[in-house]
Design a protein around this ligand. Structure first.
Ligand SMILES: C[S@@+](CC[C@H](N)C(=O)[O-])C[C@H]1O[C@@H](n2cnc3c(N)ncnc32)[C@H](O)[C@@H]1O
Length: 329
């Protein structure tokens, strides 16, 4: 198990029911000194897979969406509790956690998402990216492209391109031995803080060397929307610009509704945020369900965190029936 981070943490022990009806201890909830919320995914993932994959893609999608709602609810409550602890909030958190665990936790969510990547259901988003990389002649580049795949459910996503792409796949919860168990937001924070590859012991688990050389491409495909807290979503984009080489590419994929049906985000606003971070838009493509973006980090990008605060949550579209997805910088 990874070592606990040095940040200040509080925990509330709770339990859920396993498939067999036994009480299963649920994870401590960690709220660090900066009032940011960390879902202890390892504990969630270790719960038995009691949730079922839907019979149809619509049913699976409905359950995935419900899991997203629970994550958001969890983040809101944990932030509230960090500001003003109260028994009532603890109880509400317990209910949310119990429901997530009953659905099968992060492990269920990942398996359901992987199902969504099946060819019959549209394929994984790397198939959109690869032709764009070829159009930029990157397959002819001397030496292989270094690509960081964040939230990787399979290490085979770029297998066909292995002659010219070197992939570093990471996820909060590794589904395969080839995927490194690593929180993207912790990269650079915890050089000696127990980052483990599935199946390796802690002694061999330091993978910080993998992140010492900047990446040519970083993929954040359906990962930013996984995070419940808008500030941490912004942190993800900032972290990507830190880890990219000058001129490197950021591939961002969001569910379409995050930019077409949100009160607080649309393509224009997303572009303004990207430009603020030193990213220029190369491509944008909407399908029926997804919004794909390919940005290039300007080779002269030098941004300082003092500029943050420019992209707070701002009402853009107040029509009823819209969602509250936002990214805050
Ligand atoms: C919907 S899945 C996306 C999978 C895949 N990238 C795709 O496009 O289908 C989201 C994944 O992101 C992972 N994830 C979320 N936050 C992360 C973080 N901070 N660091 C690493 N992985 C993260 C989750 O564990 C989950 O497996």
């Amino acid at each position: 198990m990874p070592k606990a981070s040095k940040s200040k943490r509080r925990s509330v022990p709770v339990t859920a029911r396993s498939a067999a009806g036994e009480a299963v201890p649920l994870p401590p909830i960690h709220v660090d000194g900066h009032e940011k919320v960390i879902i202890n995914s390892q504990h969630l993932a270790s719960l038995p897979l009691v949730g079922k994959l839907g019979k149809s893609s619509t049913e699976t999608r409905r359950r995935i969406n419900h899991f997203h709602t629970l994550i958001k609810e969890y983040s809101k409550l944990a932030a509230l509790r960090a500001k003003a602890p109260a028994l009532e909030i603890d109880e509400r958190i317990e209910l949310v956690e119990r429901e997530m665990a009953q659905m099968g936790g992060l492990d269920w969510y990942q398996k359901a998402s992987l199902l969504g990547q099946c060819k019959s259901r549209g394929g994984d988003t790397s198939r959109w990216l690869v032709p764009k990389l070829r159009d930029l002649d990157l397959h002819k580049k001397e030496g292989k492209l270094r690509l960081l795949d964040v939230g990787a459910l399979s290490c085979l996503n770029y297998a066909k391109e292995r002659a010219w792409i070197d992939v570093v796949p990471i996820d909060l919860n590794s589904q395969e031995p080839g995927i490194y168990q690593q929180d993207f937001l912790d990269i650079g924070k915890q050089a000696n803080d127990g980052q483990t590859r599935a199946g390796e012991d802690e002694e061999d688990g330091d993978i910080s060397h993998l992140f010492e050389t900047p990446f040519d491409v970083i993929c954040l495909s359906l990962v930013v929307n996984f995070i419940g807290d808008p500030v941490r979503r912004g942190d993800m984009l900032k972290q990507a610009t830190r880890l990219l080489a000058p001129g490197g590419l950021l591939f961002l994929v969001l569910p379409l509704s995050c930019v077409t049906n949100s009160r607080y985000l649309d393509d224009e606003r997303l572009l303004a945020i990207a430009q603020h971070l030193g990213l220029e838009k190369l491509h944008m493509h909407h399908t029926a369900k997804l919004a794909h973006y390919l940005y290039r980090l300007s080779s002269s990008a030098t941004r300082s965190t003092e500029e943050d605060g420019q992209f707070k949550k701002k009402m853009l579209h107040s029509a009823p029936g819209r969602n509250n997805f936002s990214i805050v910088i």
